[in-house]
Write a protein that binds this ligand. Structure first.
Ligand code: C2E
Ligand code: MG
Ligand code: MG
Ligand code: MG
Length: 276
């Protein structure tokens, strides 16, 4: 259901893709060129504390500015990047750029914020890869690890033997871990308990009709309570109306993220947003 909704939202990007690329390999080749030509850029979507109204951090969301097609959504190129292995290069670029920019804003004197970066399950699959990469990027950019959060979807937890030790070592480094699109995958309660997760992000599919749909409301309440029982912070994604925020506050949700607060913003727009 969440996927359908995402696809609907990006129909115009899909059309662009069909006009621009006849075959998937064409998209893949273009994506290689995009990396070389610096056509990727990051947008930042703020997260807000529902009780205090304070901005607590932002999520880095990648975009591709194709010279003729225009802006392409990650929904259109991340899956191909994952299939072709280009996700490693893209993931490295995203991590580096998010850390660099976040540190830069701190140096410029803005309130220190936590940046969260989405990771693909693939990035956990290479041996001795992800942690050294993160260490190197933090050293290069000078960002303190407490300001980097990693977002992983439930599918990323499929191989606990592989993933758990990496997450534990992330915690040792004082990085924080968030479970993305919660409720849409199939994470068992025992996984939730045994993995060192700091934040649960409730998927937009539950939030969309939360004011009208009693079932969604009860499910959301259960997920908030579950997160709190396990000592996690709970954030709701895809908040588009003030009524949803008010209800989420009543249900005890900690933070919200969504178009009502701000869409994903360019660097300049994000700074403008922070100033207001
Ligand atoms: P996600 O991590 O769950 O990010 C949330 C998506 O929902 C974003 O789409 C965001 O623009 C959109 N969104 C936020 N608030 C609202 C709202 O109020 N209403 C609606 N309708 N949508 C909202 P986006 O930027 O297109 O990203 C889609 C997905 O692509 C992300 O889902 C994430 O899974 C993936 N992605 C984005 N950037 C990266 C990246 O750097 N690396 C990897 N591996 N995946 C990425
Ligand atoms: Mg995310
Ligand atoms: Mg999400
Ligand atoms: Mg989602």
């Amino acid at each position: 259901e969440a996927k359908e909704d995402k696809e609907k939202q990006y129909v115009y990007y899909h059309d662009g893709i069909h006009q621009g690329f006849k075959q998937e390999y064409e998209l893949e080749n273009n994506l290689r060129v995009a990396l070389a030509n610096n056509e990727l850029f990051l947008t930042y979507q703020p997260k807000q504390n529902v009780k205090t109204g304070e901005i607590t951090g932002m999520e880095a969301l990648v975009r591709w500015k194709h010279p003729t097609i225009g802006i392409i959504s990650p929904l259109n190129f991340i899956p191909i990047a994952e299939k072709t292995g280009l996700i490693y290069q893209i993931g490295e670029w995203v991590l580096h750029e998010a850390c660099r920019q976040t540190k830069q804003w701190q140096v410029e004197g803005f309130q220190p914020l936590v940046v969260s970066v989405n990771l693909s399950a693939n990035q956990f699959n290479r041996k001795d890869y992800l942690l050294p990469l993160i260490d190197r990027i933090l050293a290069e950019t000078g960002l303190d690890p407490t300001y980097l959060q990693l977002e992983l979807t439930e599918s990323g937890f499929q191989d606990p033997v592989l993933v758990k030790p990496i997450l534990e070592q992330m915690k040792e480094r004082r990085l924080t871990i968030s479970i993305d699109d919660f409720g849409t995958g199939y994470s068992s309660l025992s996984y939730l308990k045994q993995f060192p997760i700091d934040v649960v992000k409730i998927d937009r599919a539950f939030i969309r009709e939360i004011c009208e749909n009693k079932g969604d409301q009860q499910l959301t309440k259960s997920m908030i309570d579950l997160g709190h029982v396990l000592g996690m912070k709970v954030i709701a994604e895809g908040v588009e109306e003030i009524e949803q925020i008010e209800l989420l506050r009543e249900l005890g949700c900690d933070e919200v993220q969504g178009f009502f607060i701000a869409k994903p913003l360019t660097n300049e727009e994000f700074i403008e947003f922070l100033r207001k």
